[in-house]
Every structure is written in structure tokens, then in C-alpha cells.
Design a protein around this ligand. Structure first.
Ligand code: ZN
Length: 243
């Protein structure tokens, strides 16, 4: 099966549409690793567009925050404002859909978790130590995570309990092999690797080929919608820098 793997749409409809357009005809099922909403200006539209696809989705920490499943005082003030705004506009349909999503799914040979297999809603896997510590928290060869908004692949070093990081080079398909991996496709709606383009992955689950992709989208359009919604300016500005 050909899978479109995405994460962290964060209510950025223009970015989500660009990904679907760019990947059109190249996938059979969409896997979304959570944080469909929070930060961006189009939560209900993004949930609706996701639901139109043949898909599987997780929920993430921002989804949980909007649902009231976690205390929002732990978020920074701007993220909190965006969550409060999202709460004020989220429809009962979107709410009920997100409320029914898990934070982790095992579908051998893949485990899907929003943040990490050890802490599916909380933990940031940004370094090799955290990635290595997470290897013992999933049973399958491969674990797909989002949450950091940074596309990266951590592969186990054979014969040790260490991992090595591999950057997300676009246009260089990666053959997954016997080495266990934790892989992050990056973020659709708020990339944080200094590349403002929306990130997505095409995965062939039979050939086990993983391909990082990026696509430009009209950042200005999202920024303008955020301005009109009264979402903090800094959250809109960061989109054009990719952090
Ligand atoms: Zn996120």
C-alpha cells in the first residue's frame, strides 16, 4: 500500500491543501500523526478535509488541549491563546471526531504515536539519547512520530543500543531495512526546521520505501487568516521562517 504520512497540520488549511495537491494520485491511504488543530486559523476546515480522505489519524497534545483533556497552563502564552481561540470556534462535529482518536496505534510493522512511544502525547524526540531510550517502548521494527515538527530518521545501530540520526533529504528515497527506526515526517502546518515549506512523506509499505517531501504553499494566505482571527502575530510570522 502507498501511504501519505503527515503530522501536525495545526489548522493550516492552505498548507494541507498544497500537500494533498502535490501528493495527488501517489497514495492509497493517509496516516496523520496528530495535532490536526491548534495554532492555525482553519480548525474545522482541516478536520473536514482530513475526514474526506481514506485515513487513519491520531490526536496530539494540541488536539487534547482544545478538547480539555490537558491543562493548557503548561503551554506558552501564545500557544495558549491560539488554543483558547480554537476552543471558541471548534464545531461539535470536529470536537467529537477528535475526541474519538487514539494517541498511539500499532499496525505491524509500524507503530504510530503522536509524540513518542514512551509518552504518546508529551515527549519530544529531538536527540539521539531520547530516541535510543524509546526503542524499548515499541514492539514493531518502525515507529512513526510527529510532535517536534522536525523531519528526521533515527536508526538503531546494529549490535548496540544507540541510534544514528539521518537528515530528511528530499528526493532521496530511503530503503527501510532490518534496523529499527523512529521516523518523523515533519509538520504540514508549522515546520520548525528552518524550511517553511509543508512537509509530508510517501511510504510504500510493501517495498518499505520512505520518501521525505516538501511543498510550497501560500504562507501569506494563512498569515492573513490568522491576523483576521486575532491569533498572536508571532505565531503567524514564524510560518514564513519555518521555526
Ligand atoms: Zn504540533
Amino acid at each position: 500500500m502507498r501511504v501519505l504520512v503527515i503530522s501536525d497540520i495545526h489548522a493550516n488549511l492552505a498548507a494541507f491543501q498544497a500537500v494533498l495537491q502535490d501528493a495527488k494520485g501517489k497514495w492509497d491511504q493517509l496516516w496523520c500523526l496528530g495535532d490536526v488543530i491548534g495554532y492555525g486559523p482553519n480548525p474545522n476546515e482541516c478536520v473536514a478535509l482530513l475526514r474526506e480522505q481514506d485515513h487513519i489519524s491520531l490526536s496530539g497534545n494540541h488536539d487534547w488541549a482544545v478538547l480539555g483533556k490537558i491543562d493548557i497552563t503548561i503551554f506558552n502564552p501564545e500557544a495558549r491563546k491560539a488554543i483558547e481561540w480554537t476552543r471558541s470556534v471548534v464545531s461539535s462535529e470536529s470536537y467529537n471526531y477528535l475526541d474519538g482518536l487514539p494517541t498511539m496505534i500499532e499496525m505491524a510493522p509500524f507503530t504510530l504515536a503522536h509524540a513518542s512511544p514512551r509518552q504518546p502525547v508529551w515527549e519530544y524526540i529531538l536527540d539521539i539519547g531520547t530516541a535510543a531510550a524509546n526503542l524499548e517502548h515499541f514492539n514493531t521494527p518502525y515507529c512513526l512520530v510527529g510532535h517536534t515538527h522536525v523531519p528526521i530518521l533515527f536508526a538503531e545501530e546494529i549490535g548496540s543500543n544507540k541510534v544514528l540520526p539521518y537528515g530528511a533529504a528530499v528526493g532521496t528515497p530511503i530503503q527501510l531495512n532490518k534496523r529499527r527506526c523512529i521516523i518523523n515526517p515533519g509538520s504540514v502546518g508549522q515546520p520548525r526546521d528552518s524550511d517553511p515549506r509543508a512537509a509530508y512523506v510517501l511510504l510504500d509499505t510493501e517495498k518499505l520505501i520512505w520518501e521525505f517531501n516538501r511543498v510550497e504553499y501560500p504562507v501569506r494566505q494563512t498569515q492573513e487568516s490568522m491576523r483576521l482571527a486575532g491569533i498572536p502575530v508571532r505565531l503567524a510570522r514564524r510560518l514564513e521562517f519555518g521555526w
